[in-house]
Design a protein. Structure first.
Lengths: 593, 269
């Protein structure tokens, strides 16, 4: 404890303790385990999410082994295959990508980038992590439950999700999945409120909203969206649990299962799909917007050039966030919903392509007349643009209602969403880890290992998913553990499947280089100093690296300029930190004050 | 330099792959040529954008890579360029959306002379119902399903007398006649999917969905289920046989004569 000297009259004089002192943890347990420091919580989130990612990676290997070499691995029967795809999908979308971008990068970067000492509700922030961990444990527990995990597909469509024809439907699998999702949402809500309130309330003096780095804008918008979208999944999960456990009929019409009439009637399977996708589509952007933000900052920093069209970038982020709530039924064009919805949802979906395209233009225009340093984070950012543009453009096929009809539920869809919300955001995550690792640890990640990791991951992932579109175009449906006996499938398609599997195994294995690099560089990495990339944003201007609890020492920084003063004409270095006084600047250029 | 080169290879490689790929759609067997055309338009527009973006990046990486003494150009915004790009994008999007919406209207508007048929899914097999000489299907309800009445047909409905029920998954249809397929499911979601027809739609228990198409090519096609329906999903197979009118008629008469004998469910092979 701090020794508090009493002033005259026995009152504590407010100036006698630095407010910083009040924040500090006082034991190993409160510093590293039940930590309230957002940076420690961020690392906890990131380590758990990366571990779940490794499980999901192994699951993807198993399913690829079955697709590439059907029948060779006897233990991967239809049951197991459906369990693998379901768990892989749900883990990656929710427990890895959402948790890593918001819980991991959000916690680490928001307070540092806006010049705060910590999140505004540190205790709730700590709870958020532990509740998330509980959700992960419940999810993983379903591997060991009787009947194994659910095999309903990650979309969990009823009625099949809770019937006996689906793995885990009448056993523990689906119950644990729904329970885990509900716990996750509770945990996320605690974190999400923190991220939003911190951005709105705890910014340093001078950090106007339009001076914030786009990373913060992306994470902020995504958190706000998640707070609005996750409740739809939550109520869907509650209703399905009731249907499964108490025999209600929210999603269950009159059904005859395997010749046996069930005692249900009146429910609507489509209602669940609407609830699911009302969450599910914003979820795509909950993953994408933080990636958009982060990649903007990576490109700007490593091209030594201000992000092009900052204000347009912010408005595009907000427009995408808002529009993403009115496009959900483009996942349901062939669901049997009223077909007239197709006109509306196709139109909104294609409109969302416009702000998205603006972001792409501004990224590549930032490269134009830049001073491009091809550091590892920059390589990942470039690869992100390639894969994101590729995946975004195939989205124009699937969003355009009538084009979606032949392609939906085929491997084309699998290829599309892996490219756009699997490969692309994960490339950003890698780039971001290479970029901010020096701030977290004080050491650089090994460059050679980083380049090997980059080239194999980028080119390998492209080789996996680009040809896969053509299998879908041919008509091969998704969620088939075996595509034998289809008269329209030539032998060459099986060869292509085997090729994809081999590449996938290799790319997966190479990720171990990255894991090794993370641990090896902790001790043996080159010391980085406080600002190895010569970046402008506040997190690089901390007095110490890694920043201690409280971030800023005695004085929180004051912000004088926007986040992108790179290569300002007449300046004596090619970057001006946000807290450096001088001619104030905003997105519109030298500003009025 | 190497990075720029590899980016160029990615762009050109993708185009070459597209052009020489042996993996392409199945020859169409329905009237939905429009859908294929819209896909082709979309391929051209999106392909051009992809190549342009990646080549532009490659050029930037080559031309503006870091060299000693080089400084980046400071230019926060360029309103004119930004609006110009936005408008061009809007035009491109409209060029894809507009034909798409016209074809969609076509897709959901069933012609008056289409024959109603029923496609019925259950875990994990297909059944079909044809309307018989009256050209009309009787009403149905999942609650009426029984071993004697596997599709839950309303026997009080006079139209039920001549309905032809086909179990075991082989549907024949005449070439050149538009068909409105009413889609029903007994238990979970299914999806009637014949790649050569291009049209597909989920079958949802508790409601009736539909698609329509006109077969344009004779032959035997695989019927697959395209909506995950449990562990037997990939085994849920059937056949669609498109025939000339007289062959179809001969087949239909065989079904009608056998129809009454086959009311009891036949075991799936």
């Amino acid at each position: 404890m701090v020794d508090v000297p009493l002033g005259p009259g026995g009152v504590v004089a407010p100036t006698d303790i630095d407010d910083v002192e009040l924040y500090h943890p006082h034991s190993w347990v409160t510093k590293y385990v039940f930590a309230q420091d957002a940076k420690v919580i961020a690392i906890q989130y990131a380590l758990v999410a990366l571990s779940v990612g490794l499980i999901a990676l192994v699951l993807s290997w198993l399913m690829r082994l079955q697709l590439g070499f059907p029948g060779v691995f006897a233990f991967i029967d239809a049951n197991a295959y459906y369990q693998f795809i379901t768990m892989h999908g749900m883990m990656m979308v929710v427990y890895v990508l959402t948790a890593l971008f918001l819980g991991g990068f959000g916690n680490y970067l928001i307070p540092l980038m806006v010049g705060a000492r910590d999140m505004v509700f540190p205790y709730v922030n700590m709870l958020s992590f532990w509740v998330y961990l509980l959700a992960v444990l419940v999810l993983v527990a379903s591997f060991f439950a009787p009947g194994g995990p659910t095999g309903a597909g990650w979309t969990l469509y009823p009625p099949q999700a809770i019937l006996s024809g689906t793995p885990g439907g009448q056993e523990w699998g689906i119950i644990l999945m729904l329970a885990s999702l509900m716990i996750f949402i509770i945990g996320f809500t605690m974190g999400g409120l923190n991220y939003v309130v911190t951005v709105l309330q705890a910014r340093a003096r001078g950090m106007t909203l339009m001076r914030m780095p786009l990373t913060v804008w992306g994470i902020f918008t995504a958190s706000f969206m998640a707070l609005l979208a996750f409740p739809a999944l939550f109520v869907g999960a509650v209703m399905m649990l009731f249907d499964r456990i108490f025999g209600t009929s929210f999603f269950m019409p009159a059904i005859v299962e395997m010749g046996q009439p069930l005692d249900r009637s009146g429910g609507s399977p489509l209602l669940f799909q609407h609830l699911f996708w009302f969450f599910g589509h914003p979820e795509v952007y909950i993953v994408a917007l933080p990636a958009f933000g982060i990649v903007s900052d990576l490109i700007s920093t490593h091209a030594r050039r201000n992000i092009f069209g900052y204000r347009m970038m912010v408005w595009a982020l907000l427009a995408i966030g808002a529009l993403s709530f009115v496009v959900w039924a483009h996942h349901m064009y062939v669901s049997g919903m009223n077909p007239y919805f197709g006109f509306f949802f196709a139109t909104t979906t294609l409109i969302i392509a416009i702000p998205t395209a603006i972001k792409v233009y501004n990224w590549i225009l930032t490269l134009w007349r830049g001073n491009i340093h091809l550091n590892v984070p920059m390589l990942f950012a470039l690869a992100f643009i390639v894969t994101f543009v590729n995946g975004g453009l195939t989205g124009l096929f699937l969003g355009n209602v009538v084009v979606d009809v032949p392609l939906s539920d085929t491997m084309f869809v699998v290829a599309h969403f892996h490219m756009v919300m699997g490969v692309a955001p994960i490339l950003v995550i890698f780039g971001a880890i290479y970029h901010w690792y020096p701030k977290v640890t004080g050491r650089m990640l090994n460059d050679t290992l980083g380049k090997i990791h980059f080239w194999v991951t980028f080119l390998g992932a492209y080789l996996i998913f680009f040809p896969m579109h053509y299998l879908g175009l041919m008509g091969i449906p998704r969620r088939y553990h075996d595509i034998a006996d289809m008269s329209f499938v030539p032998q060459s398609a099986h060869t292509l499947n085997a090729f994809i599997t081999i590449v996938a195994l290799f790319v997966g294995a190479i990720q171990m280089i990255f894991v090794f690099n993370l641990f090896w560089s902790l001790r043996h990495g080159r010391p980085s100093g406080g600002n190895p990339w010569r970046a402008t944003t506040l997190e690089w201007q901390t007095p110490e690296t890694p920043p201690p609890h409280g971030n800023w020492g005695k004085e929180v920084p004051v912000v004088y300029r926007w986040a992108y003063d790179y290569s300002v004409p007449g300046a004596d270095q090619d970057f001006l930190p946000q807290n450096q006084p001088g001619t104030a600047r905003t997105a519109a250029g030298p500003a009025h004050g | 330099m190497a990075v720029a080169l590899i980016l160029v290879l990615v762009a050109l490689g993708s185009v070459i792959f597209h052009l020489v790929s042996p993996w392409w759609w199945t020859p169409i067997a329905s009237n939905w040529q429009y859908i294929d055309n819209t896909i082709i338009i979309t391929f051209w527009i999106t392909g051009a954008v992809f190549v342009a973006v990646v080549l532009f990046m490659a050029y930037c990486v080559y031309r503006f890579r870091h060299q000693a003494g080089q400084q980046a150009h400071y230019e926060p915004e360029n309103k004119r360029l930004e609006w110009w790009l936005t408008i061009v994008t809007g035009v491109g999007v409209a060029a894809m959306l507009t034909p798409g919406l016209f074809v969609w209207r076509e897709f959901i508007t069933v012609p008056d002379d289409a024959t109603d048929i029923e496609i019925f899914g259950q875990q994990w097999q297909w059944s079909f119902r044809l309307p018989g000489p009256d050209g009309k299907l009787a009403t149905s309800d999942a609650r009426l399903i029984s071993p004697d009445n596997p599709l839950g047909i309303n026997k009080d409905d006079p139209k039920s007398k001549d309905d032809v029920v086909i179990e075991g998954g082989e549907l024949h249809l005449p070439i050149g006649k538009p068909v409105k397929a009413l889609l029903r499911s007994a238990d979970v979601l299914h999806d009637f999917y014949v790649p050569e027809l291009r049209a597909k739609m989920d079958m949802v228990p508790g409601q009736v969905s539909y698609i329509w198409f006109t077969p344009t090519r004779t032959g035997t096609f695989d019927v697959l289920c395209a909506e995950l329906c449990g562990v037997g999903h990939p085994q849920m197979r059937g056949k669609l046989v498109i025939q000339e009118q007289k062959d179809y008629q001969a087949w239909l008469e065989r079904q009608t004569s056998q129809g009454f004998a086959r009311l009891a469910p036949s075991p799936v092979e």
